[in-house]
Design a binder for this molecule. Structure first.
Ligand code: CA
Length: 373
């Protein structure tokens, strides 16, 4: 399994550094989709198919005003041992979400190849310019990395990073973990996320892997059907796909970080890359929910300061007042009340108090109906 896709790669050794030349061709996979590899100038300083533990960078040639022949360095580590599945762990898809990147970087430092069977491709800061800036979107090209898949190897830097993942990493992999948090604008109930797919077998494998994470909530999030996300692209490539939303709010909480550490090892044990002893016995308190389409979101209608009426986790009903927007600079005007549009629980809440029309103030998760057609 681990050798899958290697036919598309020619590698050579140069003064102690491994330089992997990525050539045009088709990556042939076992049970995964065949992908056309698009011509690219990107290269890696690690041998993606090599044994043991290697840490380096995906190098995206980048020629801004102050650096004629420079490169954007996207950190990557490959840990490989024996035969087993290949799992990609992504953090820093958004640069202001921190639990996943911390956990992946810890694995890079602490993991001994002997502790796994298979291969881990560990990427703690994929949207690297955004991660270094502590921002959701890239300061280099202004793009939201998670709306650029399947990327473009001739596009701006953010599109080139997503293209590298789709063309050179997805064809090598069996599974993809995409570790998100709420980011600076949202605080959420820590949860494992299931990306919906029409492939019913893959959907069942995705659900099983997300349940193995063992978060207090497992939530099916369709992003309103957007196919430009990393998890949608991973499902398209046939990979078992698990996402997360840790607490967020632009900070790190001990609870969410502990949950993320534990959940990642649980999923890796579930996938057979780590020994079963690495998994923590399930707590059994997890609940499966889903975002009920556009009705999940309560959007701001006016410019002002949002006052939520409920804490996260509170059971609420469609039509119930959700909060109100105040105009403290225009005190004669009464606040504007917003209402929930679905039954469920308060799953996420906007972190900054200040809102503008269209801002997402609240997110509702609804009970999951498995019989939904
Ligand atoms: Ca995110």
């Amino acid at each position: 399994m681990t050798a899958a896709g290697s036919s598309a790669i020619a590698s050579r050794f140069s003064s102690g550094n491994v330089l992997v030349l990525l050539t045009r061709g088709k990556a042939r996979t076992m049970g995964r989709r065949i992908t056309e590899i698009r011509p690219s100038t990107a290269f890696a300083t690690v041998d993606l198919d090599g044994p043991g533990k290697q840490t380096g960078f995906v190098m995206i040639p980048h020629s801004p005003d102050d650096d004629a022949w420079g490169a954007t360095r996207v950190p990557i580590a490959v840990v490989s041992n024996g035969n087993g599945p290949t799992v990609i762990l992504e953090g820093g898809n958004h640069g202001d979400e921190y639990e996943g990147p911390i956990v992946i970087a810890e694995l890079i430092r602490d993991l001994d190849p002997g502790e796994i069977e298979g291969r881990l491709i560990l990427m703690p800061s994929n949207n690297v310019h955004a991660a270094m800036a502590g921002r959701r979107t890239s300061p280099v090209d202004g793009l939201n990395f998670n709306r650029t898949f399947p990327g473009d190897p001739r596009g701006t830097i953010t599109r080139q990073i997503s293209a590298f993942i789709v063309d050179h990493l997805f064809p090598r992999a069996d599974a993809f973990l995409d570790l998100h948090s709420g980011g600076s604008s949202l605080t959420m109930i820590p949860s494992a996320i299931v990306e919906p797919t029409e492939d019913t077998e893959l959907a069942a494998r995705n659900m099983a892997a997300a349940r193995a994470f063992d978060a207090p909530l497992t939530v099916i999030v369709a992003n309103l059907g957007d196919t430009r996300t990393a998890t949608a692209a991973a499902c398209q490539a046939g990979l078992i796909t698990v996402g997360t939303e840790m607490a967020g709010g632009g900070t790190v909480t001990p609870t969410a970080l502990a949950l993320c550490r534990r959940g990642v090892r649980n999923v890796l044990a579930h996938l057979g890359v780590m020994a079963p002893e690495q998994a923590v016995p399930p707590r059994g308190d997890g609940r499966i929910m889903e975002l009920p389409g556009s009705d999940a979101y309560v959007f701001a209608t006016i410019d002002g300061v949002f006052e939520p009426f409920h804490e996260l986790g509170r059971e609420i009903s469609a039509g119930e007042p959700a909060g109100r927007i105040h105009l403290p600079w225009d005190p004669a005007r009464p606040p504007e009340t917003l209402a929930y549009r679905a039954d469920g629980i308060v799953y996420g809440r906007r972190q900054p108090g200040r809102v503008k029309p269209g801002n997402c103030c609240l997110v509702v998760a609804a009970p999951y109906r498995e019989t939904r057609d």
